[in-house]
Design a protein around this ligand. Structure first.
Ligand code: NAD
Ligand code: MG
Length: 393
């Protein structure tokens, strides 16, 4: 029996994870669940999965959750705050941690899981983008196992040899090709993008996801973060990571080898496939996802990305090549800009302007420690926030 902690249980990935776990009660039990503020949903999950512990964002939410659980005689222990998140990620009772909090808030507990030598199922790409080598070192030094949940990286992982050791040349890897749907604005006239609303940006053509990653998909910053994520996961330099627009989202990514072979992983666009893959790895379990019918799909298309339409993708490559804390600056500025867009405080095309401003005005440094990364993260947030405020006046 594998005991699982889910960080971000009420989100899109968290709910899909619980769906897969519920199909295999003989293999998995839930040790702990976390949610930020959606207490009612978390209470319902506790009623169904009976975790030993549940963690929420603040004391108020903890009181509400405790009352809901008491009323149903559910003995789950309720805690709150970052230290509690780190505790459920690193507890001795836990075998695997699904890291599915959105954004920088997930870094500390995800890192705690790695430092405790857990099997880390990584959806929270922002944590790896920020901490890079520090995170990879924590995994290596503590005997943790890092398995990608992001569909592209899970696909690449499946297309690499089992013996792959983060050295592309040694395995004959020529390049990694990350596919991208192109989001909802792939063909929309660029000069009309300033007028798009948060709801339009969140209406993804092929995937149903949380609002932050949906906006990231619309700007293609999501793919930019994924380029950086691929660099750290697979030890592949920026020049060997290519983005290919593939609107059907059926090929989830590819690995190209020096002999001319290209291996791809295909499937219906449903995150339960990579979640089930990582949970059971190296075995296979049912996920609830329908088998792919290629005759129904009919056509697969591929295009080069348009860096003028999607400046965020170019900004991410620049940050990866700059190295050090540049990806942490990029990520923090993006989080502030996306939230401002979702709150209707800035326009869609302002998102890349905010990020470019922050990247230009704050010199990046060495990512020598998590404290150094967090200091740069804070500087970038302050700079992005004041720039957003200036745009609004
Ligand atoms: P979501 O918004 O649906 O859920 C986010 C979860 O994080 C919720 O459970 C929420 O309670 C929790 N959370 C939010 N802010 C928090 C905070 N400050 N502290 C603690 N917890 C907090 O997001 P999602 O779509 O499930 O995405 C989660 C992560 O997975 C993101 O990093 C995203 O990039 C990645 N991811 C998602 C998908 C997808 O299909 N949804 C695919 C690939 C990668
Ligand atoms: Mg992805």
């Amino acid at each position: 029996m594998q005991r699982i902690t889910i960080l971000g249980a009420t989100g899109s990935i968290g709910v899909s994870t619980l769906d897969v776990l519920a199909r295999h009660p003989e293999r998995y039990s839930v040790y702990a669940l976390s949610a930020h503020s959606r207490v009612d949903e978390l209470a319902a999950q506790c009623a169904q999965f009976r975790p030993a512990r549940a963690v929420v964002g603040d004391a108020d939410s903890a009181r509400k959750l405790s009352a809901l659980l008491r009323a149903q005689n559910i003995p789950t222990e309720v805690e709150y705050g970052e230290a509690a998140l780190c505790a459920i990620a690193s507890a001795a009772e836990v075998d695997a941690v699904m890291a599915a909090i959105v954004g920088a808030a997930g870094l500390a507990p995800t890192l705690a899981a790695a430092r405790a030598g857990k099997k880390v199922l990584l959806a929270n790409k922002e944590a790896l983008v920020m901490s890079g080598q520090l995170f990879i070192d924590a995994v290596h030094d503590n005997g943790a196992v890092l398995l990608p949940i992001d569909s592209e990286h899970n696909a690449v992982f499946q297309c690499l040899p089992h013996t792959y050791g983060r050295a592309p040349g040694a395995s004959g890897v020529a390049k990694v090709m990350l596919t991208a749907s192109g989001g909802p604005f792939r063909t929309r006239a660029v000069d009309t993008l300033d007028a798009v609303t948060p709801d339009q940006a969140c209406k993804h053509p092929t995937w149903a996801m949380g609002r932050k990653i949906s906006v990231d998909s619309a700007t293609m910053m999501n793919k930019g973060l994924e380029v950086i994520e691929a660099h750290w996961l697979f030890g592949v330099p920026a020049d060997l990571i290519e983005v290919v627009i593939h609107p059907q989202s059926v090929i989830h990514s590819m690995v190209s080898y020096i002999d001319g072979s290209v291996l791809a992983q295909l499937g219906n666009p449903d995150m339960r496939t990579p979640i089930a893959h990582a949970l059971a790895y190296p075995e296979r379990i049912a996920s609830g996802v329908a088998q792919l019918d290629l005759t129904q799909v009919g056509t697969l298309q591929f295009e080069r990305p348009d860096f003028e339409r999607f400046p965020c993708l170019a900004l991410a490559y620049t940050a990866l090549r700059a190295g050090g804390t540049a990806p942490a600056l990029l990520n923090a500025a993006n989080e502030v800009a996306v939230q401002a867009f979702l709150d209707a405080r800035i326009g869609f095309r302002d998102i890349d302007r905010v990020i470019a401003h922050v990247m230009d005005s704050i010199p990046h440094g060495a990512a020598a420690s998590i404290a150094a990364v967090m200091a740069q993260d804070a500087l970038a947030r302050a700079s992005a926030t004041s720039y957003v405020n200036g745009m609004m006046r």
